[in-house]
Design a binder for this molecule. Sequence first.
Ligand SMILES: Cc1cc2nc3c(=O)[nH]c(=O)nc-3n(C[C@H](O)[C@H](O)[C@H](O)COP(=O)(O)O)c2cc1C
Length: 330
Amino acid sequence: MSPEKAHYFSMSVLRIAINIPGLRWCLKQCFKLEVEDRPVIICGLKFPNAIGMAAGFDKDARFLKELQFLGFGSVEIGTLTPVAQSGNPKPRLFRLKEDEALLNRMGFNNGGVNDAILRLKDRPKGLIVGGNIGRNKNTSNDDAISDYLASFNALYPYVDYFVVNVSSPNTPGLRELQDKEPLAALLRAVVLRNNDSATPRPVFLKIAPDMTLEQLDDVIEIIITEKVDGVIATNTTISRDNLITPEIEFMGSGGVSGAPLRLRSTEVISYLYEKSGGAFPIIGVGGIDSLESAQEKIDAGASMVQVFTGFIYRGPSLVSSIRKGIKLKD
Ligand SMILES: Cc1cc2nc3c(=O)[nH]c(=O)nc-3n(C[C@H](O)[C@H](O)[C@H](O)COP(=O)(O)O)c2cc1C
């Protein structure tokens, strides 16, 4: 089965299984899902625990109940765009088994923000849901702000926090929005709109691991001057350094996630934290596949973590082990 089909198939099977009481009980025992959680408060938002599902796994908010059952305290839906789009042609998701990694060039395939809202109206209680927003492929960078604001406005009543995603490598030109001027203008517009709302939501910026130190310095400056609440570090990398899976040569373009990303994303977190003097919270993501690699992100300065690829390779016991053992910053 292709990795993309396997993804929807396994989540659909899980949906059926957790609705059968005996099976639900068995799954709880099997994956040791009964864990006493310690909440984390970030920007005034109380996350039930320190582990969230990263963006891209549940783009259209289809599996919130299932992910909560598996122990995730939060799920970041999206990246959502104002208009539905089918993404890049398949195949567009590949397993790099020898590297414990994935390569994807999904290209923001999603059913559009209004379709997700239909399901969010019935979102499970006790789960924090973040809305990760981006622009449509056919929207130019010059018009990008209106796409972000359209998704922001539509999602506002249904999500607990927002993520401005300018770091996906799979939408042509998107990463140019990480340049200083366009980034400041985009974040200013989103923060302004947020501040006009009845209950402003925390707004995070999600960044790429491939930024230079100079770009990271710009990020710090912009986060502080534009009063953005925090950073999610990091998205997938375009670097192919040190990969050993032989088929990589024939897989084409895309972003790499999982083990090969671990160190670089930790370095980015560490740099942001040290250089800014811990001025804003950081959510750490990239290559987490064990309690130890999750702790590494916290020790580098992250307030909580998210996983994606590690969950694909290690399964639900990864979530329980992080919930049980993680030692958070004071
Ligand atoms: C198949 C796939 C799709 C993804 N889609 C998105 C997305 O739509 N928006 C986004 O911000 N990040 C997306 N990501 C990036 C993840 O949220 C995460 O930042 C990255 O994979 C690093 O974490 P990991 O090593 O635990 O996978 C995607 C990752 C994968 C593997």
